[in-house]
Design a protein around this ligand. Structure first.
Ligand code: ADP
Ligand code: GLC
Length: 485
């Protein structure tokens, strides 16, 4: 227990962290939240797997050595990268593989993902037990299924050892970490953990399920998503358990790193700008037109920066493209994901040369330029726990057009008559997540874009929204302090 006035110590446990390894928004969150918490006297150290991208150039001290750790030797390294204080679990038999943290070169899950991420959780647990003198956490804060077994190890393998409080954050309950029952014997847990109030999930092993039941507190990344996941429609099978957790579940909306995402200093932009120099955005738009091979035009240039999956509504955009072009808009899409969606997007673009362009791939720098040079960003997700690209859009004067779900509903103020008159509108929201819904929203966007005063107003109020971590970090700090008074 921290004494009064002493800072609390939190071990964050994550399978990705920006800028070392990133496949999506989870990395942005785990990379930015520690600094915001440090300002509130919460000391965060993050445990991450020792993938090649993490170990490259990492000069950590050996904090522990564990033989026979999930099938091979492991070392726990302690050090820092930039402002991030890290523990790195160096276990080559689990993590020394090229490419994506979760998938092999052919896009299949690594066959031993259960062991790979059980190992991450177990390493966190041993730190929690106090095995590493240098950092004995009051709270272990795990992110997603990859870190969800921490409360289970503490519960079933603790044998009277010290027990830190646990928080589990759900970034996306579509990913549940469910494995065949035979996996259980390889997790190093006693048989009594394979029960409904433990890891057993419809006869399988459920990582996320165990974490939801056993963590002291469960959070998710927006208040609206917290409401959605306790319903059968949004709960993806977990809703009953989440309802059972009652007040232990809460929604804390994500912020963004306003240093990394700052249009006034961004090195990826052709020209930097701020709210008082919005005309400078034109130079970024020209740069985009050149890079994407788009012809100039009077209508809005609308971007998308996204994993290409059905969650993100990409199939709706494929079908809506002709109508969007007919409205006078142009589109620049950056993304990668499902092969069928990649191909469908490329095919749609080929029908509209110089009006629609698609870049398949992952390009952090180009994602900044898209935010700084496009007029709008389209995020038509079927569900969205929080979503970060609309927040980057707000900060960059790139007006978000979003479906009214999850964190998109919580962070964008729809441009209706009342909000426009009050000068608080920041984007366009649509409730009907269908092709027609997307086209209708785009048609409203095109109309707004044709009204320079209304448009500037939207950009200015978006850029004035507080999208930093300041408020939400305080909510996490309060939560930790409630758990460890
Ligand atoms: P999710 O985590 O569900 O993919 P978020 O909106 O929370 O969605 O976060 C996505 C993050 O990944 C953002 O930082 C976004 O800019 C980035 N991103 C997604 N696709 C790409 C891409 N193809 N190239 C560069 N950045 C991308
Ligand atoms: C997940 C969600 C996304 C959220 C991100 C960070 O990837 O899909 O909505 O913004 O996590 O919390």
């Amino acid at each position: 227990m921290p004494e009064r006035g002493r800072s609390s110590k939190v071990l964050s446990v994550a399978s990705e962290i920006f800028p070392l390894i990133k496949t999506g928004g989870l990395a942005d969150v785990t990379g930015a939240l520690p600094a915001a918490l440090a300002a509130l006297d919460v000391e965060v150290r993050t445990l991450v797997p020792g993938y090649p991208a993490v170990l490259e150039g990492f000069d950590g001290a050996v904090a522990a050595t564990w033989a026979g750790f999930f099938g091979g030797p492991a070392r726990l390294l302690r050090g820092s990268r930039g402002s991030l204080d890290l523990f790195v679990l160096d276990a080559p038999h689990l993590y020394a593989r090229p490419g994506n943290p979760y998938l092999d070169a052919s896009g299949q899950d690594w066959p031993d993902n259960a062991e790979r991420f059980a190992a991450l959780s177990f390493a966190a647990t041993r730190i929690g037990w106090g095995e590493v003198d240098a950092f004995v956490p009051d709270v272990i804060h795990g992110h997603d299924w990859q870190a969800a077994l921490v409360p289970a190890y503490l519960e079933f393998a603790g044998d009277g050892r010290r027990r830190p409080a646990t928080v589990l954050t759900l970034h996306n309950i579509a990913f549940q970490g469910q494995f065949p029952a035979a996996t259980f014997s390889r997790l190093g847990l006693p048989e009594r953990a394979f029960v409904p109030h433990g890891l057993e999930y419809f006869g399988d092993v459920g990582f996320l399920k165990a974490g939801i039941l056993l963590a002291n507190a469960v959070t998710t990344v927006s208040p609206s998503y917290a409401h959605e996941i306790v319903t059968p429609d949004g709960g993806m099978g977990m809703d009953a358990m989440l309802r059972w957790r009652g007040d232990a579940l809460s929604g804390i909306v994500n912020g963004i790193d306003i240093e990394v995402w700052n249009p006034a200093t961004d090195p990826h932009l052709a020209m930097r700008f701020d709210v008082d120099a919005l005309d400078a955005r034109a130079a970024n738009r020209y740069a985009l037109e050149e890079r994407f091979g788009l012809a100039p035009g009077p209508g809005p240039l609308v971007c998308m920066i996204s994993r290409l999956t059905t969650q993100k509504g990409i199939d709706l955009v494929v079908e809506a493209v002709d109508a969007i072009v007919a409205l006078g808009a142009r589109m620049a899409v950056l993304g990668s994901g499902d092969t069928a969606l990649e191909e469908a997007l490329l095919e749609a673009a080929s029908r509209h040369p110089a009006r629609v362009a698609v870049r398949i791939g992952y390009d952090e720098g180009l994602s900044h330029l898209l935010q700084g040079g496009s007029d709008a960003i389209l995020v038509p997700s079927r569900f969205e726990p929080c979503g970060l690209t609309q927040l980057y859009g707000l900060r960059y004067g790139c007006v978000p057009v979003v479906s009214r779900v999850g964190g998109l509903a919580d962070t964008v103020i729809d441009a209706n008559l009342a909000s426009l008159a009050a000068g608080v509108a920041t984007g366009v929201q649509f409730a009907d997540v269908t092709v027609d819904g997307v086209v209708e929203a785009m048609s409203r966007l095109v109309e707004l874009h044709a009204r320079p005063d209304a448009w500037r107003g939207l950009q200015r109020s978006g850029m004035g929204s507080d999208v930093s971590w300041t408020q939400s970090a305080r909510l996490y700090a309060d939560l930790y302090r409630r758990l460890v008074p």
